[in-house]
Design a protein around this ligand. Structure first.
Ligand SMILES: [Zn+2]
Length: 278
């Protein structure tokens, strides 16, 4: 079987009809370039029953799920495959309550599994923004109406957003990061990780960006109530709306995983590339 591509869940289930098919699929992808033992890096071994690889070097037996999102899944591999498929391919996310009901597992189990998937999705965000980039800060939760400027209400969760745009203002890539405050000290590591120094960056007049100008090409313009950064503000609005649809409370500790999932979906949709789940 080849690598699955596309977004059709019927085809997906047809090609992966049970747990065994999923194991076979993982084995095929994992060892397509040959076997290398995780323990002793020997390349000699053989594929045994149940899609496990037996290393001749150290006798270690490696399952096809080892070191993947599907390791030790107690509720069934095919269900896990379907959850990952749905989380990665739909433009809107499912809640853990919905997923629990849909796959006949408890809400707690689905929540923990979805958190694990979100972590994996974060790892897939590895391309720094390098051209036209708009950045801003925003808050999630708490009261927002009628307040001017940046509020420090502790119930609000602060976030930073960077959007790479085409010169026709279409979205290329997005990163959203949970942040403790908007100081230059907090902003700097996010810039270093996600924005290349080649980028042409535009932002509002917030003074926290001032010291970063030594390294980055930053132009500060008046926000004009968001009109100067229209696309960016649409994405902020979408993020907040999506988080409001979560039936469970999204704590500060976990909010980054939700941001990662949201960005992952936007970035994948924009890239218009076919997608595989591993
Ligand atoms: Zn070995």
């Amino acid at each position: 079987m080849k690598e699955f591509k596309g977004q059709n869940i019927l085809n997906f289930v047809k090609e992966l009809p049970d747990d065994d098919a999923c194991k076979a699929y993982l084995a095929k992808i994992k060892w397509q370039d040959g076997f290398k033992c995780m323990k002793c890096v020997s390349e000699k071994g053989c594929l045994k029953q149940d899609y496990k690889y037996h290393c001749y070097g150290c006798q270690y037996v490696e399952g096809s799920t080892a070191n993947t999102l599907f390791y030790n899944v107690k509720f069934g591999l095919q269900k896990a495959f379907c959850i990952v498929f749905e989380m990665s391919t739909s433009s809107k996310s499912l809640s853990s309550v919905q997923v629990g009901k849909r796959y006949g597992i408890s809400q707690t189990t689905s929540w923990f599994y979805m958190q694990k998937v979100r972590t994996a999705l974060e790892i897939s965000q590895k391309y720094p923004l390098s051209e036209l980039v708009h950045v801003d800060e925003f808050t999630v939760g708490g009261k927002e109406e009628g307040k001017q400027g940046r509020s420090y209400d502790s119930k609000k969760k602060k976030a930073f957003i960077a959007v790479e745009l085409t010169y026709k203002q279409r979205v290329k890539r997005v990163y959203i990061k949970s942040i403790d405050d908007y100081s230059c000290k907090s902003l700097t590591p996010i810039f270093e990780e996600h924005i290349n120094t080649t980028a042409k960056i535009f932002t509002d007049k917030w003074r926290g960006y001032e010291p970063l100008k030594k390294v980055y090409d930053i132009t500060q313009v008046k926000s004009n109530k968001g009109k100067s950064f229209k696309t960016l503000h649409i994405i902020i609005h979408q993020t907040k709306s999506w988080l409001r649809t979560m039936p469970t409370h999204v704590s500060k500790k976990h909010i980054q995983k939700y941001f990662d999932e949201f960005c992952y979906r936007i970035n994948r949709l924009q890239s218009k590339e076919s997608y595989s789940i591993i």
